[in-house]
Design a protein around this ligand. Structure first.
Ligand code: HAM
Length: 420
């Protein structure tokens, strides 16, 4: 073998596709139920879009982006997340002229140069929902409700919903200063990475999983104690709405998220007992992002979920997903003349909407039926020289092995009635 899929990527083989279809259908169904429309953005964007939105000092921008120059020297980046492209498209196509908020969703491949491990890949797939153009905390509740209802609809259980508010431009500087002062007192006990974070991105210190850093985080000031009046009210109203919707959230004072664009509400959903590595859903408000990308200040909120991580959890929880449809009919034949008849028959059946897989070559009837069986075909149609002359076919029910001879012209009607 000369080549393998690049490290951190994988092929989604036919036997895995039932999980993917199951999730994609639920994504579209939740979108329908809540009134979200699909938007597909390009796989790559100007590098500046992500540097500006995700944040120059984040792990994603400093070490994880797949950035390249194209032949004209433009710097492009394979999307490392889906929110910034949606905001760029919102501005580029004047979606602010539509009634607000604009409710959008996507299913997209995402690229991050991370250290691959279970549930962490260099190419993975996310779906996300974004609601742009309203700051009502009821919209935050709608988005969180969608994430929760989605996971219930795919039948995942034992989930934990974590919530926090990290304030706005007005109140966050005071909080960050208090956080810095707290961590400065313990600077000697911080891990090397957190020592550099202290100067650049102090909020992320709360996120560190090293035991010594965790201990310092436990006594750190909490963002919700520093919220301005407006942010405090927003958070309280959101919590009220979540209670009305019976969503079982827990406020997590250490929840800050790994992208810089968040304001006010942030939330994550994890399987109970799982760490950050197993986070399935992440999201929050990003009220300043559209403004930073050159638009008028426009509040917005959204979330994204990793499809591979959902599938890992479906398997862990033994959730059975509906199988994909098998071929309806397998056509077997005996002899060269019958082969030509089979070719014509397959073509005319397909034109009436019946799915047909046809035998090839000159295998024995036994071998052909074995193939029909392993493909999971419901029926086999058998043609030999004799049937060809008589204008008949043999119709075989693959599960009962019962077979009967019927006129060829009645076949399409019979198969259609058997299928419905
Ligand atoms: P994120 O938390 O970076 O947020 O990613 C969202 C989800 O994608 C994660 O919760 C996880 O399930 C999955 N994920 C992330 N990285 C990987 C990886 N390397 N391998 C497998 N799965 C992964 C965002 O990207 C934001 N754009 C979410 C958002 C939407 N915020 C507002 N709107």
């Amino acid at each position: 073998m000369l080549y393998r899929a690049p490290r951190g990527t994988s092929d989604i083989l036919p036997k895995e596709q039932a999980y993917w279809r199951y999730i994609e259908q639920k994504v579209a169904e939740i979108a329908r139920l809540y009134g979200y429309e699909r938007l597909d953005a390009p796989v790559f964007e100007d590098t500046g879009l992500f540097a500006r939105s995700v944040g120059e000092d984040t792990d994603i921008v400093t070490k994880e982006m797949y950035t390249f120059e194209d032949r004209s020297g433009s710097s492009l980046t394979l999307r490392p997340e889906g929110t910034a492209p949606v905001c760029r498209a919102y501005l580029e196509h004047g979606l602010y002229n539509l009634p607000q908020p604009v409710r959008l969703y996507y299913i997209a491949s995402i690229f991050r140069y991370e250290r691959p491990q279970a549930g962490r890949y260099r190419q993975h797939y996310q779906f996300g929902y974004e609601a742009i153009g309203d700051d009502d905390p009821a919209l935050d509740a709608e988005i969180i409700d969608m994430a929760w209802q989605f996971l219930l609809s795919v039948k995942l259980r034992s989930l934990s919903l974590q919530l926090n508010s990290i304030g706005c431009q007005k109140c966050r500087p005071k909080y960050v200063a208090a956080l810095k002062a707290h961590y400065a007192k313990h600077a000697n006990d911080l891990c090397p990475e957190c020592k550099t974070r202290l100067g650049r991105n102090p909020l992320r210190l709360l996120d560190c999983k090293k035991p010594s850093c965790r201990q310092i985080a436990n006594s750190a000031p909490k963002s919700i104690d520093y919220l301005c009046h407006e942010c405090d009210e927003h958070f309280n109203r959101l919590k009220g709405y979540l209670k009305i919707l019976s969503l079982p959230y827990a406020v997590n004072h250490h929840l800050v998220r790994g992208l810089d664009y968040y304001t006010r509400t942030v939330f994550e959903i994890q399987p109970e007992g799982g760490g950050t590595q197993s986070t399935i859903v992440g999201g929050g408000r990003y009220d300043d992002l559209i403004g930073e990308l050159g638009g008028k200040p426009t509040p917005a909120i959204g979330f994204a979920a990793g499809i591979e991580r959902i599938i890992l959890n479906l398997k862990k929880q033994n959730v059975a997903v509906p199988p994909l449809p098998k071929p309806q009919v397998f056509i077997a034949y005996l002899g060269e003349e019958a082969k030509e008849g089979a070719l014509k028959l397959a073509s005319s059946l397909r034109q009436t909407g019946i799915g047909v897989t046809k035998a090839l070559g000159s295998k024995s009837l036994k071998a052909q039926l074995r193939q029909a069986n392993s493909l999971g075909a419901a029926y086999a149609v058998i043609i030999g020289e004799q049937e060809l002359k008589a204008g008949t076919v043999i119709l075989r029910d693959m599960s009962s092995a019962e077979q009967e001879t019927i006129p060829a012209r009645e076949l399409a009607g019979r198969l259609a009635s058997l299928h419905s």
